[in-house]
Structure formats: C-alpha cells, structure tokens
Write a protein that binds this ligand. Structure first.
Ligand code: MLT
Length: 406
C-alpha cells in the first residue's frame, strides 16, 4: 500500500490566505450586495508598468520567429537579467556578486519554501513570531517542526517574539539554533531592522555556525537610510546568509512570477562527515533537477524594471502604495487604533480593540465594515491581538475603507 508523507497531516486545515479567501467567498455568497474592500493578502492592484509590458510584447514576438525563438533556458536564469540585477540592486549598495551566485526563479515563496531541500532534517529552525507562514509550513512538511502544541506553536521550532514591547526587534536566541529565517522589512508587522540590529544577527550566525535565510521581498518599500536593503550590506553576511528577493510587490509581478535567490559561494554547511560544503552548489544541483527556469518572456519583463523608464514607473507605483500606507496609518490612528509599520513597507500592523482577538476582529471588519484584513494570530501566537492591513489596494478603496472605520 502506498503511504503518504505523514507530516502533511500535521498541518492545520488550510493555508492562512486560503482560509481567509474561503471565509470571504462564503460571506459574499450570503451577502452578494456587500461591497467588500480587500486589504488582506498582499496582492498588488496596479497594472504592470509600460516599460515591462513593452518588453513582454517584444519577447512574445521573439518567440514567434524561428531566428529568435527560445526553448529551455538556463535553469539559473539568463545572464542578461542576472547581470542587470547585480549592477542595479547590489553594486549600487557596495555589494559585489558573481553571476553564478544568483538564481532566478518564479518567486520568493517558492524559493523560501524549497530551500529546505538542501538542509539537513536535524537542523533546529528559528523563526520570528509573527512570521510569514511559508517558513513554518514547509518545515512541518519536511519533518523539522515536531508536533503542534496546544498554544499553536510547533515543539521543535524556536520562536523569537516580535511584539510592541520589544519594538518588533527579535532577541538573539538563548538556545542553539541552526537556521534563522529573517524577513525585513517584515511581513507581517511592516517593521524594520537597522543596519546595527541586523549586524548583531550576522555576528551571531557567524559565531554559532548558523545560517540566516533573509527574505528581502519588501526592500523596494524602504524609505529610511539606516535600513539595509540587502543583508550583504552587513560585513560578514556573505559567509552566513542566503537572500531571497521578489518582483511581486516591487514591480507588480504577483501574477507574473519572478524572484531570485542569492547564495554566495562562501556560505557553507557541514555534511554528515563534518566536512564543509558550499550551499551554492547544492542549490544549483537542486534547481537543475527540479526547475527548468523562469520563462524567457518573464525574465525580459523583469529586466525592463531596470531600464530608465522602468525604474521611474516602478518607483511611481511604490510611492502610490506607500501613499496608501500613510492613509491607512493615519486613518487608523485617527480612529483610535495603535498602529505599527507602513513606513518602509506596504503592511500596517494594528492592535485589535480591547476584548477582541484577531479572528473576532477579522469577523467584525468583514461583517460590519465589509473590509478584509489578515488576522495577526494567523502569523503566529505573538500575532494574537493584532490585525494586518495591506496597502497594495487601489487608492479609492483605501480611502473608503478608512472612512468606514472612522
Ligand atoms: C502576504 O500577504 O503575506 C503575501 O502576499 C503572501 C505572499 O507573498 O505569498
């Protein structure tokens, strides 16, 4: 008889955003007249910018002619895109990378979810709490998380609380951990670490032979100077950190799919014999076996984000969403809520009113105000008593939502 990977049955019923979508769909079915404003999942609403669309059209035409048609591309991504990203996103911040240290993919969700393929099952995993659920769920699937406890946490995961009390800055773990997921600007709290704060993590990882998995999916929203865009801006990070990036929120690619992972060749971990092995080679092997590369058309579209026209258009879109974030922050504050984030991020993290937990407030917002937000507890126990608003919606809907709350 075929058996299953039992770890899947340990997972809660459905993925957070699927659960929310299900509840919203049910409410809409029962209340078809309700004009529901979606501020839940961080999905962009502005169309792809003109420079990207033009590049895509051109690439589509290339696929229509035998002289310019492309079949399988390099599993690691085309050099034209990798070189463009290194030049614009890394060299400009004093970071040098070889082209074979970057892997283009279909998004940071896949890469942060798949990276565990190259890591041992005995590693102790540390996550900030609240946290993007993909980091936890994929470790549950692999069998690294242990069992689900009554408080909603996993027995073998080390949680690093990020709360209003510690300014959403996680403390270094007291116990030995091997792999640390950090996402800054943070999803879900919208808060950041300064360069000095991130340096403490790099120093910790180096001193303790730990690996940092740094998710920089929201770096394009950074407005403050002292906030690092890349972990490699911190000295020593090339020895202990893998970085993930995404075009989803920065350039509106949530439906188009493109992201990347950087694994410097100096990042190493031990095999069963205790020998040091470069993770770059393992990830390359993994990608060549399990992934056939991001579509050529999409990689040309991503390249166009860095053209003069593209840079300006993408910046305009980011500023539009940051404008929404300001409207949400100020609107919520005016209505008496305590809010965090939203300055270097499209997410605003708000305390629920006294006496309401995250899911009760979610229900209240949906049913009484016809607004969808994401319950903080869905991101972890330290998220209980909070709710997350996404600023990636349209301007008119954002203003309307704040009027409803006011
Ligand atoms: C979110 O809302 O947290 C994100 O959109 C989820 C994702 O990027 O997968």
């Amino acid at each position: 008889m075929v058996t299953i990977n039992d770890n899947f049955q340990k997972l809660p019923g459905s993925y957070l955003f699927s659960e929310i979508a299900k509840r919203v769909a049910k409410y809409k079915e029962e209340n078809p007249q309700a004009e529901v404003i979606r501020m839940g999942i961080g999905d962009v609403t502005l169309p792809l910018c003109d420079a990207v669309i033009k590049a895509m059209h051109k690439a589509v035409d290339e696929m229509a002619s035998s002289e310019t048609f492309r079949g399988y591309g390099p599993e690691q991504g085309y050099k034209f895109l990798i070189e463009t990203i290194i030049k614009n996103d890394f060299n400009t911040r004093g970071v040098t990378l070889d082209t074979d240290e970057m892997f283009i993919s279909d998004g940071a969700k896949s890469d942060t979810g798949n990276i565990g393929d190259i890591l041992g099952l005995g590693n102790i995993i540390a996550v900030t709490d609240p946290v993007y659920p993909v980091y936890i769920d994929t470790n549950v699937m692999a069998g690294r998380a242990g069992d689900l406890l009554e408080n909603g946490q996993w027995s073998k995961i080390v949680y690093l609380p990020c709360t209003a009390e510690n300014g959403f800055v996680p403390s270094l773990p007291k116990e030995k951990v091997d792999v640390i997921y950090l996402c800054f600007p943070n999803n879900p709290t919208g808060t950041t670490l300064t360069k000095d704060q991130l340096k403490q993590w790099v120093d910790y990882a180096k001193a303790n032979d730990a690996l940092i998995l740094f998710d920089a999916a929201y770096e394009a929203f950074i407005t403050e100077d002292d906030v690092p865009h890349s972990i490699y801006e911190i000295e020593g990070a090339k020895d202990c950190a893998i970085e993930f990036r995404s075009f989803s929120k920065s350039a509106g690619f949530t439906g188009t799919r493109c992201g990347l992972t950087v694994i410097p060749k100096t990042v190493k971990a031990r095999n069963a014999k205790g020998e040091l092995v470069a993770l770059n080679g393992l990830w390359n092997r993994r990608q060549c076996t399990k992934f056939n590369g991001t579509a050529y058309i999409i990689q040309r579209a991503a390249e166009a984000v860095y053209s003069e026209e593209g840079k300006k258009q993408v910046k305009d879109a980011i500023n539009y969403y940051l404008g929404n974030a300001r409207i949400i922050r100020e609107g919520l504050q005016k209505a008496g809520y305590t809010v965090f984030g939203g300055k270097n991020s499209p997410y605003i993290w708000a305390k629920t009113p006294a006496g309401m937990n995250s899911w009760q407030f979610f229900d209240y917002l949906l049913k009484e105000k016809n607004i969808v937000a994401t319950p903080g507890v869905g991101f972890g126990t330290s998220g209980e008593g909070y709710i997350r608003f996404s600023a990636l919606g349209g301007r008119e809907a954002t203003i309307k939502a704040m009027e409803r709350l006011g």
